[in-house]
Design a protein around this ligand. Structure first.
Ligand SMILES: [Zn+2]
Length: 270
């Protein structure tokens, strides 16, 4: 088997094959650059309606990252088609291994999101040599798919507290439902303004149904609670009385980040 055929078979870029490859060094990193071409027999499908397209509208070359090959970072040069779809007009070709407009392959995105579950975004970015924002967007899209919108039905008791992202510099506010041990919202900062989107999301009816709010001696929290939910009978307490709430371990922080990304759009705070 010729080297290009071998790499094509191992790479598994459906509908494409390797026509050229080269190795180059960029700084201390060795790169394997693979140039792909479409297989002659491959049909093109529309990413809008998934129908086979009768014609090609135009072609643009894209640079896409894939999983590393041994110690070499891998970069693909891909001819990205826009098909002339009879139903949707010009649309990017549907590829099972590359999302429209993505700069990384689906399998690299999957690896990135799995690693984001256990370590910080900046560490994932450094490990794969990707831009921090790219990793964040991959993580965010994955979490949106997995978590979906938060269910606020039946919430009658909430707890809120601040926690430090950079102690003395940046803080965030987390709102939880102690009974079900769920994070409901995470927002930047610890002011009234940061808490307000949660109450807006909760809505007047569910605010009126709140029976108790557990929080520490933060007057900003209390004022905002009184504004939206005057009914709760409680309750300021010390922040040390949170045994049933999520432990402040790195795992819980990671979970909060995920919830923040998916539910509140509070991006970039970690
Ligand atoms: Zn279409």
């Amino acid at each position: 088997m010729a080297p290009n055929e071998c790499i094509s078979a191992l790479g598994g870029w459906e509908g494409f094959e390797v026509c050229e490859w080269r190795q180059e060094r960029r700084g201390i990193q060795s790169w394997c650059v693979l140039r792909l071409r479409r297989e002659r027999t491959a049909a093109a499908y529309c990413s809008g309606c998934w129908r086979e397209a009768p014609a090609i509208h135009d072609v643009e070359w894209r640079t896409v990252r894939d999983l590393p090959l041994f110690e070499h970072a891998v970069e693909l040069e891909v001819p990205r088609l826009r098909v002339a779809c009879a139903h949707c007009g010009p649309r990017l070709e549907l590829l099972p291994w590359l999302q429209p407009y993505a700069r990384v392959t689906c399998r690299l995105a999957e690896s990135v999101s799995r690693l984001c579950a256990v370590i910080a975004i900046r560490q994932v970015a450094a490990y794969f040599g990707l831009n921090w924002k790219t990793v964040k967007e991959i993580d965010k899209r994955t979490l949106e798919r997995r978590l979906g919108p938060v269910d606020l039905q039946g919430v009658t008791v909430i707890g809120m507290d601040e926690f430090a992202i950079q102690r003395g510099h940046r803080y965030a506010t987390v709102v939880i439902e102690p009974a079900r041990k769920r994070v409901l919202s995470v927002g930047r900062g610890r002011s009234r303004e940061e808490l307000r989107p949660f109450f807006t999301l909760l809505g007047p009816q569910r605010c009126a149904a709140l029976q108790a709010v557990v929080m520490d001696m933060n007057s900003a929290y209390e004022l905002e609670v009184r504004l939206h939910a005057p009914k709760p009978r409680s309750s300021t307490t010390s922040s040390t009385s949170w045994p049933s709430t999520p432990a402040r371990s790195s795992i819980e922080y990671a979970w909060m980040r995920r919830t923040a990304c998916a539910q509140t759009g509070a991006l970039g705070i970690w």
